[in-house]
Write a protein that binds this ligand. Structure first.
Ligand SMILES: [Fe+2]
Length: 158
C-alpha cells in the first residue's frame, strides 16, 4: 500500500491503510527473461481483493517509454484492464481466459473488481521499458469504485 502513494483519490484513506498494517495490494512474479530488445519477458501479477476510500485495489499503472504492444491473459478471479492514451480511456472486463491487448502508447492499469484475488499473465517486449511516473502526472482517465455487489467507473478526478 505504501508504494501506491499518490494514486488513490482519497489520500486520508490511503494514509489510514498504510498506518493500519500497510497491506499487500498486489504482488508481481517476473520471469528471468532479460528486458532487452527482441526478448519477451513475462510476469504474473496478483491483486488482492479490497478497496481504499471505495476505490478498488489496483496496480500502479504505467506507460512504456518505447511504445509497443502488450498482451494480458486473465488467470484467476475477476478484474478489469483500464487503458488511457492521455485523452480517452478504455475498460476491458477480465475473467479467466480473457486476452487483453494493450496497443502501443496506451498507459495501463489492472483492477480487482471481485471478492477474490485477481491474477493475470503479462507478456511484453523486452525493450519497452516502464514509466510509472507517467500515471502520477497524467492520471488514468477513470477510477473504479465498489458499489454494493458491483463496481462503476468514475472520472479520474472524483
Ligand atoms: Fe506494460
Amino acid at each position: 500500500m505504501s508504494d501506491l502513494e499518490g494514486l488513490f483519490l482519497d489520500h486520508a484513506a490511503w494514509e489510514a491503510a498504510v498506518a493500519d498494517g500497510d497491506p499487500v495490494v498486489y504482488r508481481v512474479q517476473s520471469s528471468p527473461v532479460p528486458e532487452t530488445p527482441r526478448e519477451l519477458p513475462q510476469s504474473i501479477t496478483t491483486i488482492s481483493a479490497g478497496a481504499t476510500g471505495g476505490e478498488l485495489w489496483m496496480t500502479k499503472g504505467h506507460q512504456h517509454p518505447d511504445p509497443q504492444g502488450e498482451i494480458y491473459l486473465a488467470l484467476h478471479g475477476t478484474g478489469g484492464l483500464l487503458m488511457f492514451d492521455g485523452d480517452e480511456h478504455r475498460w476491458l472486463d477480465m475473467t479467466p481466459g480473457t486476452i487483453g491487448y494493450i496497443p502501443p502508447g496506451w498507459a495501463h492499469r489492472s483492477v480487482n473488481v471481485g471478492d477474490d484475488a485477481y491474477s493475470f499473465l503479462a507478456v511484453y517486449p523486452g525493450s519497452a521499458g516502464h514509466d510509472y511516473g507517467w500515471v502520477l502526472e497524467h492520471g488514468m482517465g477513470a477510477r473504479a469504485y465498489r458499489t454494493g455487489d458491483a463496481f462503476e467507473l468514475r472520472p479520474y478526478g472524483g
